[in-house]
Design a protein around this ligand. Structure first.
Ligand code: ADP
Ligand code: TRP
Length: 327
């Protein structure tokens, strides 16, 4: 593993199959940053249980976990550079969470986006969802992360993490807990097939690793306006074109010209896009197959990642305990 002064951590919830928003919003930047940081990447399975959907089918949940490990390795999370682990395999993270729960108030946690959303939709308000940001703070503070690459939607969680760390440090007049910085994706949020933010919960995703047919189905379902054949199309308002700017870079000016001169219809534009997406992710598909066929290697990667990360986390837990007076 590359050892540098800065530490990086990120987690991904196994609440479904990955989509291209996850790739550009989370993986793309992590994969770059792991080259220059001491890096930790984990499957946030304990966070995922806060989802009522996940609670409905434990077998499916287990499949999501296994798939996300393979997907992450295929997308370039590199086990030689990064500790890869399942959050639930390191019980000390939850132990740290309990101690940290004494350094954040109920009113502050009540401001959490997910909690507020559950409240306004009149869902049953479970404590796990309420405490979600606290567990995330523990994920981050337990490895003394300097940098946390996440999408902009996670900004509030990082602010809460900093608040908890400051409160703990100021209470014990120490600087034990490192105050992490964020690292937000430079790219705008990836748009979904219906024009809103791409998200599993909106069912508007273009999935990764689920075969050509599923990519095609999603792309063909992209909502467009109803211009007639031969009419010029406006690339600046077209969701299909937005994806071309990511995936069809080499052909972009040609596609743009054909949009403006009315020499392409949405169906053809979508067909080109399907091919562009497939060839963009083809190398990742290949790599995924290799891992899929070598479950022994994947287990070893997880074992090694867990042992290394746990070593560091236990050390921090012990320092926290000492600071608090329980060791
Ligand atoms: P979803 O909204 O589909 O449930 P998650 O909340 O599991 O996705 O997000 C996992 C990671 O991917 C987070 O870091 C999040 O910021 C990022 N992400 C998710 N959707 C997008 C998007 N449409 N554009 C950019 N980043 C995204
Ligand atoms: N909340 C993050 C998300 O939904 C996942 C996550 C859990 C995470 N713990 C983390 C991300 C720690 C970064 C660091 O995307």
């Amino acid at each position: 593993m590359t050892t540098t002064t800065k530490t990086l951590v990120t987690g991904i919830q196994p609440t479904g199959r990955l989509h291209i928003g996850n790739y550009f919003g989370a993986f793309h930047q992590f994969v770059e940053l792991q080259n220059t940081h001491e890096s930790y990447f984990f499957i946030a399975d304990l966070h995922a249980i806060t989802s009522s959907e996940i609670q409905k089918d434990s077998q499916k949940f287990n499949e999501f976990i296994n798939n996300i490990v393979l997907d992450s390795l295929a997308l370039g999370v590199n086990p030689d550079k990064t500790c890869i682990y399942n959050q639930s395999e390191i019980p000390e993270i939850s132990e740290i969470m309990w101690i940290l729960s004494n350094f954040i108030t109920v009113p502050t946690l009540s401001l959490g986006h997910a909690y507020k959303a559950a409240k306004s939709s009149k869902k049953e308000l479970m404590f796990g969802l309420f405490a979600y940001p606290l567990l995330m703070a523990s994920d981050i503070l337990s490895v003394s992360a300097d940098v946390v690459p996440v999408g902009k939607d996670q900004k509030q969680h990082l602010e809460l993490t900093r608040e908890i760390a400051r409160k703990f440090n100021s209470n014990y007049k120490c600087d034990l807990l490192k105050i992490p910085g964020g690292h937000f994706c430079d790219m705008e949020e990836v748009v979904g097939t219906d024009g809103r933010k791409m998200s599993k919960s909106y069912k508007n995703t273009i999935p990764l690793f689920s075969g050509k047919e599923n990519i095609k189905k999603s792309v063909m379902g992209i909502i467009t306006d109803s211009k007639k054949e031969g009419e010029p199309l406006d690339p600046s308002t077209c969701t299909v074109f937005k994806y071309h700017t990511i995936f069809s870079k080499g052909a972009l000016s040609d596609i743009e010209g054909r949009y403006k001169s009315g020499k392409i219809n949405y169906k053809e534009s979508k067909e080109i896009l399907v091919d562009s997406i497939i060839s963009y992710f083809a190398p990742f598909e290949e790599k995924r197959k290799e891992y899929e066929n070598n479950s022994q290697l994947v287990s070893e990667i997880l074992e090694k990642g867990t042992a290394q990360a746990r070593g560091k986390i236990v050390e921090i837990l012990n320092q926290i305990k000492k600071t608090v007076g329980i060791l």
